[in-house]
Ligand binder design. Structure first.
Ligand code: UD2
Ligand code: MN
Length: 431
């Protein structure tokens, strides 16, 4: 959805900051990489675009060597720099940023297509508010046909679940009320990570990125928490659209993501990191390196705590109680090696399926449930929007429904009363 009034916006280019577009890539296909570069060149006003910085993160595909150099040598404004070893996307982007000359850094993934008029709103907003980090709306480019599909719905904002997985959500009512017009920016608790613009000075003030993060993953939530907790704001501009290919499979392994998330949790989440560890028991054992400097940065910048962030920036997230004994595996009393297990066929269709009994494995994930004493719900795992166990008087099984929002009442069939049995707490359905 592209608000009609976006088209009426006029910008005085001379008053806007200039930008360098930084694109890191690892073993990307020729066509998608060049599509990204050409679309930036074709849609960005000359006055605003300082350069496009391509960063090769030590790719080994032949077409990205000489052929790429030859090809871009005829393109004005395109620079290529190569990492001397595999750096991962965080350090690769920083390498690009280090040679960028524009006032604003605009990061893109290497398989994007910028839509006409994408750049001006981002730069305009940063001029208006230098501590704003601004993302375009991410449109979908079809993975099979490479057709630009756009985004038929209202822009969505970013969130996360307690496994520290990034999630999308419709714009909440409080944010709709806060905006005066459909072309106002939308504040977002988190960003997807790949596409955003930030004032170069502000990026440095904020401590750029956590360079202890490898390959892929986690840096988007880390940066999101940091932006908000340290006084900035993270926004989506509804008039700026960029298409992105969401690949079925990346051209590289993503093994390091867990350690990256742990770093984010250890630096920014205070005691709330326990909620994450409860849901990812193996994360507690992960070697995540040294975060002393990042914690120092947090102190130096006098950043707010995670409680403040949750209450003020992400009030819609459900914060689990995780009282001792009231979360984790839900064992069957008769067959105590069997646990509640919920395994929906795919991630996009979380609700509507049956909870089964399966051998207890202790690994969290599909066997992670939490009991909310305040709301008498048995909540599944940690995903947002979360699923709640529901039963009725006739079925012999439970299914998972969407949990109600924090301020909505819980329906009867999703309420479970906890009865103490011989000193041991067990959960019983009310019906
Ligand atoms: C999303 C983000 C991505 C990043 C990631 C979390 C969007 C559209 N994409 O995953 O930018 O924040 O979440 O980490 O929001 N790359 C390297 N070196 C590497 C690995 C990747 O340069 O070792 C490049 C890669 O070629 C691409 C970019 O980093 O240009 C992001 O990687 P991706 O496209 O595989 O990530 P994506 O879109 O699945
Ligand atoms: Mn991508």
């Amino acid at each position: 959805m592209f608000p009609q009034s976006c088209k009426d916006l006029k910008y005085d280019y001379r008053s806007l900051p200039s930008t360098s577009v930084v694109i890191a890539f690892y073993n990307e296909a020729w066509s998608t990489l060049l599509r990204t570069v050409h679309s930036v060149l074709e849609t960005s006003p000359n006055l605003l675009l300082r350069e496009v910085v391509l960063v090769d993160d030590y790719s080994d595909r032949a077409h990205l060597k000489e052929p790429l150099e030859n090809y871009i040598s005829s393109l004005k404004k395109v620079r290529l720099i190569r990492a001397r070893k595999r750096e991962g996307l965080v350090r690769a982007r920083l390498l690009g940023a280090s040679i960028a000359t524009g006032d604003v850094l605009t990061f893109l993934d290497c398989h994007c297509e910028c839509h006409e008029g994408w750049l001006e709103p981002l730069l305009h907003r940063i001029k208006e508010k230098p501590s704003a980090v601004v993302c375009p709306v991410i449109d979908v480019i079809d993975w099979n046909t490479f057709q630009y599909l756009g985004n038929p719905r209202e822009p969505h904002i970013g969130g996360f679940d307690w496994r520290l997985v990034f999630t999308w959500h419709p714009v909440p009512e409080y944010e709709q009320k806060h905006r005066h017009s459909p072309i106002d920016v939308i504040r977002s608790p988190t960003m997807a990570g790949g596409l955003f613009a930030v004032s170069k000075n502000y990026f440095h003030y904020l401590g750029t990125y956590d360079t202890g993060m490898e390959v892929w993953g986690g840096e988007n939530l880390e940066f999101s928490f940091r932006i908000w907790q340290c006084g900035g704001s993270l926004e989506i501009h509804p008039c700026s659209h960029v298409g992105h290919v969401f690949p079925k499979k990346a051209p590289y392994s993503r093994g390091k993501a867990l350690a990256n998330s742990v770093r984010a949790a250890e630096v920014w989440m205070d005691e709330y990191k326990e909620l994450y560890y409860h849901r990812n028991p193996h994360a507690r054992l992960e070697a995540f390196g040294d975060v002393t400097d990042r914690r120092k940065l947090r102190t130096q910048l006098r950043c707010k705590d995670f409680k403040w962030y949750l209450e003020n920036i992400y009030p819609d997230i459900h914060v689990p109680e995780d009282r001792p004994g009231m979360f984790g595996m839900l064992k069957n009393r008769g067959m105590s090696s069997y646990c509640f297990d919920y395994n929906p066929p795919d991630d996009n269709n979380l609700v509507g399926h049956r909870i089964i009994l399966y051998t207890c494995h202790g690994m969290g994930q599909n066997q992670f449930f939490e009991y909310s004493s305040e709301r008498s719900e048995i909540r599944y795992n940690t995903r947002e929007p979360a699923g709640c166990a529901a039963g009725d008087a006739v079925s012999t099984y439970l299914t998972v429904h969407l949990c109600k929002k924090p301020r909505q009442p819980v329906p009867q069939d999703q309420k479970f009363v906890l009865r103490e049995v011989r000193g041991k707490g067990t959960m019983h359905p009310k019906w």
